[in-house]
Write a new protein. Structure first.
Length: 366
């Protein structure tokens, strides 16, 4: 078997969950977001662990993600963050204790046809993300339509667009707009039991957005939403829960002027020792990782040389490295670290993408 794997520390995820739980009032529930296979950490394993550590709800993106959790015996209520298609509503009902997001009359009609009377739904309001959701000025009308259709308006929620940058004034605009929607709903007699707005960033920054439930995703896995939160994560004791490991599979020496990898994008300027590592872009190691990217071998930062290929990459190493030496691509080795945020910054992307790109052929070990 290829010596490449992702090591997931569920105890760290448990501790991270408890830390977020401690930030909340007793009346506020914690919804753990486990979509995209638990941000690459394994949705089933993560779900079971967080539900013993303070989370009472789970959230996913799609019906099939909820079905996978139910298949493995996860019984907690699950919120589907986007409105299921009409032909999926019977499956939503069959799975049990699934709360679909609703933001169209088509969705209301489909779910009311499939579900029993008074089945709970969560109304999603678009306060500025402009991805999905009902417009604020249409929220009351749709809430009334939900009630008239025999469904229960159990929840109302929205999503921040720029919470990873707390200084952006648009955050305050979204908070105020959502508050106004809640007031408008109350005036028309709609009193949802569960109101949720805060993601990881908002949970940390704005307690007034906690309402009756928060939805925490990336923070449970110990990766900050942006560099702005790095110090806060350290202060709270939130830690990354994944190590991406491999081994040196081959060693050789190239002479000055010799190129390495496809296109010879890197050429040696002196006699150089290089190591082949059996992990590539098919495993989630972006091809561009080579441009400034590093791996850890023996506690040393070793630069990647040549573009990352589908199944392997090459790094410059010292003469002391031998075949079989451990390679760390994410995580710690001795006193050295390669964090998800560091890699994301190098690649010009975000930690979310780095984590969720880890390929299915990389085994997860717990």
């Amino acid at each position: 078997m290829r010596p490449t794997w992702a090591e997931i520390d569920l105890e760290i995820i448990s501790k991270n969950t408890s830390i977020f739980r401690d930030l909340l009032d007793d009346s506020v529930e914690l919804c753990a977001v486990v979509k995209a296979d638990g941000y690459g950490h394994g949705a089933v394993e993560v779900a079971k662990r967080v539900l013993t550590s303070g989370a009472t709800w789970l959230a996913v993106a799609f019906v099939e993600e909820a079905a996978a959790l139910r298949k493995e015996g996860v019984e907690a209520p699950i919120l589907i963050l986007s409105e299921p298609r009409p032909n999926e509503m019977e499956e939503v009902v069959r799975l049990g204790a699934i709360r679909p997001a609703i933001y169209t009359k088509v969705g209301v009609d489909a779910f009311s046809k499939a579900a029993e009377e008074d089945a709970p739904v969560h109304l999603k309001v678009d306060t500025g993300m402009h991805r999905v959701g009902v417009r604020p000025n249409k929220a009351v009308d749709l809430a009334s339509y939900i009630s008239e259709s025999g469904l229960q308006l159990e929840g109302v929620f929205t999503h921040f667009a720029v919470a990873s940058k707390p200084s952006d004034s648009f955050n305050r605009k979204q908070i105020e707009l959502f508050d106004q929607v809640l007031e408008d709903l109350a005036e028309e007699g709609h009193a949802p039991k569960i109101v949720h707005q805060a993601n990881t960033a908002a949970t940390l920054e704005w307690p007034e957005t906690h309402h009756s439930m928060v939805r925490v995703g990336i923070g449970l896995y110990g990766t900050e939403p942006s560099k702005f939160f790095s110090e806060r994560f350290k202060t709270l004791g939130l830690k990354p829960a994944v190590w991406l490991r491999s081994e040196v599979s081959h060693l050789q020496t190239v002479e000055s002027g010799e190129g390495v990898g496809y296109g010879h994008r890197w050429k040696a300027d002196k006699k150089t020792h290089i190591a082949t590592i059996p992990i590539g872009y098919a495993d989630g190691i972006f091809r561009g990782w080579w441009d400034g990217g590093e791996v850890l071998i023996g506690g040393s930062h070793c630069p990647i040389r040549g573009v990352v290929t589908m199944d392997s990459l090459i790094a410059e190493v010292s003469e002391s490295v031998i075949v079989g030496d451990e390679v760390v691509l994410l995580g710690a080795q001795g006193d050295s670290f390669l964090t998800v945020s560091d890699v994301a910054e190098l690649l010009g992307t975000i930690g979310y993408e780095v984590l969720t790109s880890l390929g299915a052929r990389v085994p997860r070990r717990y």
